[in-house]
Design a binder for this molecule. Structure first.
Ligand SMILES: [Zn+2]
Length: 119
């Protein structure tokens, strides 16, 4: 993919990767793993600009198998699983992740209520 080569990459020591329109932030631990790095950059480019929960969820779900060991080995990447991040004194929030967590928490509460009803 030609776009992958043209994109400016900024190495950071936290998170996995984040796309900011004209550059991508990527964890420094990925610097030595060109194959995985390029795969992640390609993935980041696949995120749509507009809000589409199903699309975002589908492409993030697809990349998990290739990333799982990297994520487990590098706790510095775990920040990207927080729906709210503090950066340069600014609060950045991820609407997709927030909705996903809200859905998960609702399902857990519903499951608890359901089991309380039966037993
Ligand atoms: Zn993603």
């Amino acid at each position: 993919m030609e776009k992958v080569k043209q994109l400016k990459v900024k190495y950071v020591n936290k998170g996995i990767a984040n796309f900011f329109g004209n550059y991508v932030e990527i964890n420094i631990a990925l610097k030595g793993n060109k194959k995985l790095r390029d795969y992640i950059i390609k993935h980041e480019l696949g995120h749509s600009e507009k809000f589409d929960l199903l699309h975002e969820f589908k492409i993030d779900w697809k990349i998990i198998p290739s990333l799982i060991w990297f994520i487990l080995k590098h706790p510095s990447t775990w920040r990207d699983f927080s729906p709210i991040q503090f950066r340069d004194k600014k609060i950045i929030y991820d609407l997709n992740l927030s909705i996903l967590y809200a859905i998960l928490i609702s399902l857990i509460i519903l499951a608890i209520l359901f089991f309380k009803l039966i037993y």
